[in-house]
Each structure stands twice: as structure tokens, then as C-alpha cells.
Design a protein around this ligand. Structure first.
Ligand code: SF4
Length: 206
């Protein structure tokens, strides 16, 4: 019988240790930033090759696309890489990025070089994405610049280690198109009214 948390069965000790490795690394780096020594050879394969190993032994490559905003140039490069390395599946992720699935391990260094894009850290326990809606840039319901804020947050915290994967989202209004209300951290644009106590008129609207 397979062992796992859902069955209420205690995992083997080696699996427990593997599961706590990132959390422990994050804790040690935070508590002793000066003394912490990163042993690259001790990292999991995903960390070493900046890609996520799949069930068939190939890898998933997810470059960073901040706030889900890309450019024609990035899209051309992604398409060229997919053609050149015969990537069997190109998939849009739930975090508004593009996943190249089925990349062979020996192709990974060349794939990253040809992409010339930063990693999206889709393979580690860390801060990963900020999903955004279009907000005030284009949406007529927008109350806040959700895209700009999402890009700024992703820029600032990209690659930040954490005990578990961390997904964020920003929505430009309570319609919540970017599903900010079900993320680890979600920000939602709202309108704030200040009402006069004397006559009930709106005196400030933010
Ligand atoms: S959440 Fe609001 S602002 Fe954002 S796309 Fe949806 S309706 Fe527009």
C-alpha cells in the first residue's frame, strides 16, 4: 500500500527528511545569513538545473514572466526554443507563465541560454508568481493598477526562499478575476468612501 499523509500513514524517515530540507534551508539562511554556506552539490536535481523533473525523467522549464506580462520578443524566443529542441508540449500555467514540458536533461543549459530569460523558480519551495488581472490599465471596472503592482512585487521578491511554495495574486477590483482571494497572499483593489457625519454625503473617495 502506498504511504502518504492522506492515508494517515507515517512517511519513511528519508522522505520526511527530504520534505523538510527546503524549510530547514530557508530557516538556516534566514537565522544565520552570514554563516550560511550554500552547498550546490547537496541541492536537489531541480535546483541544480533550474527545471522541474517530470515522471518520465524529462524536465519542465518555466521562465519568469512577471505578473503574466510578456512581449512579442519573449514569445518568439519561446517558440524558437520549442521548435529547436522539439519540446513536445508548450503549456500556459495557472500562474500566467509558459511551461516548456518534456525537455531533455542534456538540452537544459542550451535551452536556458537560448531563452535568455530568468528562471521562474517553478521547481523550488519559494516565492513563485504574482497572478494579475489587467486592472486600471484596460479594464473598465478597475479600481487599482493590479498589473503594475504584481510586476513590482514579483521583481522585488523573485526567488525568495520559503518553507513552502508561495503564490500571490493581485485583482484590480472585488470581481477577483485573478483569483486573489484563494492565493497564499492576495491583494484586491477597492474603493474607500468617507461619509460626512452631518448629512451623510460622501466627502472623500479613494
Ligand atoms: S478583477 Fe476587476 S479590474 Fe480586474 S479584470 Fe476583473 S473586473 Fe477588471
Amino acid at each position: 500500500m502506498p504511504q502518504g499523509r492522506l492515508l494517515g500513514v507515517v512517511e519513511p524517515v528519508d522522505e520526511q527528511l527530504a520534505g523538510s530540507k527546503m524549510a530547514l534551508t530557508s530557516l538556516l539562511r534566514t537565522v544565520w545569513p552570514g554563516e550560511f554556506v550554500d552547498e550546490r552539490d547537496a541541492r536537489f536535481i531541480n535546483d541544480r538545473v533550474h527545471a522541474n523533473i517530470q515522471r518520465d525523467g524529462t524536465f519542465s522549464v518555466v521562465p519568469q514572466i512577471k505578473g503574466g506580462v510578456t512581449t512579442p520578443d519573449q514569445l518568439r524566443r519561446l517558440a524558437d526554443v520549442a521548435d529547436k529542441y522539439r519540446v513536445p508540449m508548450v503549456k500556459i500555467t495557472g500562474g500566467q507563465r509558459i511551461d516548456l514540458l518534456g525537455v531533455r536533461k542534456q538540452d537544459l543549459p542550451a535551452v536556458w541560454a537560448d531563452l535568455d530569460m530568468p528562471s521562474g523558480y517553478a521547481y523550488v519551495k519559494s516565492f513563485r508568481t504574482v497572478k494579475t488581472c489587467v486592472g486600471t490599465d484596460y479594464c473598465r471596472f478597475g479600481l487599482g493598477d493590479s498589473t503594475g503592482l504584481g510586476v513590482a512585487i514579483e521583481q522585488r521578491y523573485q526567488g525568495l526562499e520559503s518553507p513552502a511554495k508561495l503564490d500571490l495574486a493581485v485583482a484590480g477590483c472585488p470581481r477577483n478575476c485573478s483569483e486573489a482571494l484563494v492565493k497564499d497572499v492576495g491583494l484586491v483593489g477597492v474603493t474607500v468612501f468617507a461619509v460626512s457625519e452631518e448629512d451623510g454625503d460622501v466627502v472623500v473617495e479613494l
